[in-house]
Design a protein around this ligand. Sequence first.
Ligand code: FEO
Ligand code: CA
Ligand code: CA
Ligand code: CA
Length: 661
Amino acid sequence: MSHDENNAVLFGSGDEAPSNHSHNPHFNELVDARRRQILAGGAALGVLGFLGVGLPGESQAGERHLPPFGRRNRLPFTAVAVGRADGISVPAGYRATPFIPWGTPITGGYPAFLEDASNSAQDQAEQIGMHHDGMHFFPIDAQYGAGLNSRHGLLVLNHEYIDAPLLHPNGPTVVDGKRVSAEQVRKEINAHGVSVVEIRRDVRGEWQVQPSARNRRITAATPMQMSGPARGHALLRTRYSPEGTASRGTQNNCASGFTPWGTYVTCEENWAGYFASRDSDLPRELKRYGLRSSSRFGWDTLSGDEFERFDATRKGADARADYRNEPNHFGWIVEIDPFDPDSVPVKRSALGRFAHEGLVFAKPRAGKPVVCYSGDDAQNEYIYKYVSRGKYRPGRSDGRLLDDGVLYAARFNADGSGDWLALDLQDAAFQQACAAAGVSFADQGEVLINTRLAADIAGATKMDRPEWGAVHPDSNEVYFTLTNNSARTTADAANPRVKNAYGHIIRWREERRDNSGVRFAWDLFLLAGPESDSRGPNGQALGADNMLASPDGLWFDEDGRLWIQTDMSGSQLASGPFGNNQMLVADPHTGDMKRFLVGPLGAEITGITATPDFRTLFINVQHPGEGSTANNLLSTWPDGPGKRPRSATVIITREDRKRLL
Ligand code: FEO
Ligand code: CA
Ligand code: CA
Ligand code: CA
């Protein structure tokens, strides 16, 4: 095999392969044609009311979603045009400054980044990782919850995956389909994970990395603990943890979240491809997650315990003698206390196991359960919600609220109503569904390890790749991006386009505005696409100022404006009418929407967080020049001609240093 052929096997697309072969209905079997027409053609403000969804305690048809804000233009900038420049474009009056690119030293010996990528594996463990993704700014006074400091804080960000051809001086070494350099693979493992960076604005107003004991790299090898119902489960026993309680590392951390008590949560998305199993009879907890006989980067092909754990083939007498269960330690939400560099990250199993894109919390209310939402980003997978059993106590609650609760999957009914389906052995409807399906689970830990199967059984709605969610700061309405789904063969009300190339945004309002309930009303906020096949938040087709495809990142600022980031790839990115990946702002109150930023060549725009004073916005540029090799640079952002492209954060400020909007 040539290097290129080997690389096609080992380093191909990391997206989750479709693995949902359940018979859950596509809802056109249930919906009448007229209703579908309304949904596909009338994705406009107020459709929840328009549909006349008669939930008890809900508003009347036609009622505004949000309190009026007056006539002020809440998007006071000139839209950025689509473009294919190798740089960042923002509206006049704004500045965009690259910050902490891959390789920036942050801890240990602070090893300088070497432009030929010759830094060692150990250097990489002390430098910012590759492929920046989800991110949150914790004001330095936010240790126990909301902070106010806008000049000093901890920036915490994910490193989703790697471009191995750029990580090493001449790309990865592969011989006969196998990796041969432990040093190379260790560097790859260390380029994954999470960075915690203490940053501060200097006297000139520029953000600087602080040499701080709080700076930290968490990698795909950092020791972690399991918690919640699956902790200690027989299906988590491994050679490393015969008790099934400890894990090593987190990887493919896509979007992120932050808790009401001041911790960071990172989300394991396309982890399945990191493992291989050559067993012909895969158990359901591997099969339903798409495990294959070869892995994406070939880490499993090296010998030594640190690499053999990526080989889930049954080899020993029982699970404690091999790594058949190692993949069961992935697909979780991982909680990290960014303020304590010695804290052990915790995998919170009660939140379910799937390709977690992110985790977004509803606004916490004292004396009520905490509620959070997470999408499973693969074709025809589901949207989930978690409701804690314990009650939120400001200043006293902590991550233990994420260890005991009920996980639900969403069913979007054709009439605009929705149901949260409990995936809980104590729930009578779930018990009946399991019996009807002829499926049994020994305990709740096994349900959670098999979250996708549990949601299949419960009858959740197959979605067009759920990505980020965002909760409106006033109404508590929840918005979710559905990025695209080339595999959709049957339209339904919530996913109204077959072979959905452009994606859409769905939103819902929980019954009685109580996010812990089990019923909701939903509508479509946006159908992305070109002018000929789209519908904006105002009910009109999108145009030059706001057309987009493949919405992915999603975030509300405190004034209730929705920021949307795109992750187009392939021909859509190379030759579509949308130009490079971008970020837009929408005002759900007025229906206005404008493009705010266009990124460099080959990059996705992702990750978004702001200082409390909203004078600094941080976003991430991931994989500029995707597909580059050392001898063929498809982008040279941010360092300029001749330099390898590097993922980086971008700091956005106004030239007059006022609030961004
Ligand atoms: Fe990692 Fe779903 O994007
Ligand atoms: Ca994403
Ligand atoms: Ca994406
Ligand atoms: Ca990406």
